[in-house]
Design a protein around this ligand. Structure first.
Ligand code: ADP
Ligand code: ZN
Ligand code: ZN
Length: 826
């Protein structure tokens, strides 16, 4: 038989090698087991074996290589992906200026990465010997002692190393030196075994064979099985029948039942509480039907184009998604539903599960390795055919894909700005859909300006202009906080908001208060010398966080950096002049909570921000409490601005509406408009009218007028005019290059050099290189950051710039990060 050659993508840390594929020969005994997508172990350099994936298989010997080593082992022949998927990953690496290995790492969950497990055990010769003969070296004795503690069984190399280094305080290299010495002396053995971190779990199933039972007891068990379609999981049978393993085994021996090993699916949604009542879909409104009709037709086209579903908040977009997914399932195909932050949507997950049951699974950072592994496999085998996921789900391998929906498509969390690959799930979804002939549906009440323009140019916009039960859009009032100050109101609540909260409580309805800043106070400064306490590693002020006791009384608290996470105790005196006149300044969610408790002592208050959500399960707990009606007021950051559908919420208060607008970049008014419209959309979704109060120091900004009239069109026209004037997207593309390093002069030099080279590369094209300039926050985690913005005309040679940037070797101790179509320009 002709020999085969495999190109393998390796899991390596060396940058220079990360983009390369390596060739190996396929030994004859492995030819039946190796496919594109198989996980393999291969020899590499002087390292032992390295894990990787087969990316292609060829009959031709790769040219120019004298020595080709053979693949050592196939970890799992069942391929994780196919050729098309590899091509897709390559496209992603190329278009985002990232390394293929970064893309592979982002796309393939680490739980399916092949890895080598090494375990260590004592040889027999040693267990019999007594301690003194072993030698007097303390560390040596300690290592052997740890192994002896494991009895006759082995310890993983990792846990042995961890225990040894923590107990002996010796370095890792000392550990390996000792380990090798002991191995040479024949005192211990090191075994290697390959596998993946997660693996398939099995369960035992008991099934009837049809043969008649003998005793009365046996008849009872058979009757129970018959009630359950003739089979049950063993554990369940034992419990329900109150019987023992022995009895079941006897049944098996007499041929009445058969025991089978079955793959067990670890379901990330198993804990959802479902309402079976809502599994009956409502009949559609005329607007919904009209949209669905067009989309269903589009679904059947061989190469559908992307559509935008522009529907006001509460207009029933989700219902349209669900109907379309049903249609996809009827066609025997698969659908992907992307949402901004999955943790926010236990509501949506329940709705999907109620409609589509076992076919649904989810994909986000919060699910366990086992659940991830099973979901990945489920997609390959077709057991999972509806995937609900956050951003990274758009990279998952989904065969038979017919539909990708991006809900709230304008949301910033669809863009990964760090680390590489810096991709936008919307762009990725559109390209993936193009490759597999799937339909893309982008849904939003406040579409992204770029999306909207593209959809309008292609005549691909569907709209849902009113709420499902034709409820009024909420009434919006903009309050001038300067006026409040003049009237002597120094509270964080305007008179209007305070009254509205009181009235809402009196009607037993619910309120949401938004403030987009967590912590207690945004900075702390000295009234004597004006010093602002800032982070040692970053050029930003530290945020003051209070700590609370069980009875809600406040303790002193700490200062935290929201960029690097560094914390220090709250200071009693100014670090600069030692004066005791330290004062907190700037409002945070914790302070809001305190004020609310003070002013509305009877209200039941909950708070939701990333500090609260850091505790596992807390997010869902707080949200469920509010949804059930066990709290009256929900205080939160932008986390609470989207996705919530709670009929009893009739009041939304935005405490510092300006905070959203003060970022000095070209998207700040777009972001502000989206945030204000989204949060306003949480009010009045039930049968009672909603009210929104926005507090600001700049009420004259046109943005407030648009947001209060729910006037997307006026916002869009003005916004487009500005963008055209300054040549920002959609009238250009922006590539951002950030150079970082410990030394400011080196960073500056590298950045200037890049600018010069880019300018000569782009001399003939309509392009502009802005910078170099320090980033808005110049220092983060001790590193200086300077950047360039490359603004390209739509038809300029984008890939040329990307390829050039990828080929640059950063000089001195600097690093270069490239973000194609960057959204974060700060
Ligand atoms: P959106 O996604 O546009 O914000 P949803 O799809 O969540 O809106 O719909 C808002 C509410 O209206 C939900 O509670 C949903 O169950 C309900 N709903 C949607 N479509 C209909 C319909 N055709 N008839 C009755 N209720 C509906
Ligand atoms: Zn001071
Ligand atoms: Zn910091």
């Amino acid at each position: 038989m002709e020999p085969l050659y495999a190109a393998v993508a390796l899991d390596l840390e060396v940058k220079e090698l990360r983009d390369r594929l390596f060739s190996y020969s396929v030994p004859p005994e492995l030819t039946d087991e190796i496919f594109v997508g198989s996980q393999v172990l291969v020899p590499f350099g002087h390292r032992n074996l390295v894990g990787g994936y087969v990316v292609s298989i060829d009959r031709e010997r790769p040219p120019g290589l004298k020595l080709i080593k053979p693949v050592a082992e196939v970890v799992d022949p069942d391929p994780l992906f196919d050729r098309d998927y590899v091509d897709f990953l390559r496209w992603l690496a190329e278009s985002t200026c990232s390394h293929l290995s970064d893309v592979v790492q982002a796309a393939l969950p680490s739980c399916v990465l092949p890895r080598l497990k090494r375990s260590v055990r004592l040889t027999n010769s040693l267990t019999e010997r007594s301690a003194p003969e072993i030698g007097s070296d303390r560390s040596r004795a300690m290592l052997l002692d740890i192994l002896r503690g494991a009895g006759g069984s082995s310890l993983s190399l990792q846990s042995l190393r961890r225990r040894f280094t923590s107990r002996s305080r010796q370095s890792q290299s000392e550990f390996y030196r000792l380990l090798n010495a002991l191995k040479q002396e024949g005192l211990l053995e090191i075994a290697t075994e390959s596998g993946t971190r997660a693996s398939t779990r099995y369960t035992t199933q008991v099934a009837l064979t049809g043969r008649q039972p003998e005793s009365k007891r046996q008849k009872e068990i058979v009757a129970l099985l018959e009630e359950n379609q003739g089979e049950m999981p063993l554990t369940l049978l034992l419990k329900s029948a109150g019987t023992t393993h022995q009895t079941v085994r006897r049944l098996e021996q007499s041929g009445v039942v058969r025991l089978e090993e079955r793959e067990l699916f670890r379901d990330p949604l198993a804990s959802l509480s479902l309402e079976t009542s809502s599994s009956v879909p409502p009949s559609l409104t005329p607007h919904q039907s009209a949209c669905l009709e067009i989309l269903e037709r589009e679904l059947l086209s061989p190469s559908p184009t992307p559509w935008l579903l522009h529907g006001v908040t509460g207009s029933g977009k989700t219902e349209v998604y669900l109907r379309l997914i049903r249609k996809v399932l009827d066609e025997g195909r698969t659908a992907l539903l992307l949402v901004p932050e999955i943790s926010l949507t236990p509501q949506l997950a329940s709705r999907l599960k109620e409609r589509f049951g076992e076919l649904v699974s989810v994909w986000h950072s919060g699910i366990s390795a086992g659940e991830r592994y099973d979901t990945w496999k489920g997609l390959r085998t077709g057991r999972v055919r509806v995937l609900l996921g956050a951003r990274s789900a758009c990279l998952a391998n989904i065969p038979n894909l017919a539909l990708i929906i991006l809900d709230e498509e304008h949301d910033g969390s669809y863009k990964q700005s760090n680390p590489s690959p810096r991709y936008n799930a919307r762009t990725v979804a559109i390209e993936r859909a193009r490759r597999s002939g799937a339909l893309v549906l982008l849904g939003s009440a406040t579409p992204d300006v770029v999306t909207y323009c593209e959809a309008r140019a292609a005549n691909r916009i569907l709209s849902l202009p009113e709420r499902v039960h034709r409820q009024e859009m909420p009434r919006v009032e903009v309050v001038d906080m300067r006026q409040e100050l003049k009237l002597g109101n120094k509270s964080i609540f305007s008179i209007a908001l305070k009254e509205a909260i009181q009235e809402t409580m009196a009607r037993s309805e619910q309120a949401i208060l938004l403030l987009n800043r967590r912590g207690y106070a945004s900075h702390v400064f000295c009234r004597a010398c004006g010093h602002v306490v800032s982070c040692k590693h970053c050029s930003v002020a530290l945020v003051y966080h209070r700590e609370y006791q069980k009875d809600n009384s406040a303790a002193r608290g700490h200062l935290a950096c929201h960029h690097c996470g560094a914390t220090r105790a709250m200071t009693e005196a100014c670090p600069e002049c030692k004066s005791p006149f330290i004062k907190e300044f700037g409002l945070g969610t914790q302070k809001v909570e305190e004020c609310v408790r003070e002013q509305f002592p009877d209200a039941r208050v909950v708070r939701l921000d990333s500090d609260v959500a850091a505790r596992k399960g807390a997010f869902k707990e707080v949200l469920d409490c509010f949804v059930r009606g066990d709290a009256d007021i929900l205080i939160g950051t932008q986390m609470v601005s989207k996705g919530l559908d709670i009929p009893r919420v009739t009041l939304v208060g935005v405490l510092a509406a300006d905070a959203a607008l003060n970022m000095p970049d070209y998207r700040s008014s777009e972001r502000g408009f989206q945030l204000l419209s989204q949060v306003a959309g949480r009010a009045g979704r039930g049968d009672r009218p909603g009210q929104v109060i926005m507090q600001t120091y700049n009420p004259e900004l046109p943005l407030f007028a648009w947001a209060s009239r729910h006037d997307f069109d006026s916002f869009l026209e003005t916004e487009l005019e500005t963008r055209r004037l300054f040549a920002y997207p959609p009238y250009s593309r922006i590539i951002r290059v950030v150079v970082s390093g410990l030394h400011q002069d080196q960073v500056d030099r590298q950045c200037t050099r890049l600018k010069n080279e880019l300018e000569s590369l782009l001399v003939d094209s309509r392009a502009e290189v802005l910078g170099p300039a320090p980033c808005l926050i110049e220092r983060v985690r001790g590193k200086y950051r300077h950047h360039l913005l490359v603004k390209l005309a739509k038809d300029a040679p984008c890939q040329t710039v990307i390829d050039y940037l990828k080929s640059v070797n950063p000089q001195e101790e600097t690093r270069i990060a490239v973000d194609v179509d960057a959204l974060d320009l700060l």
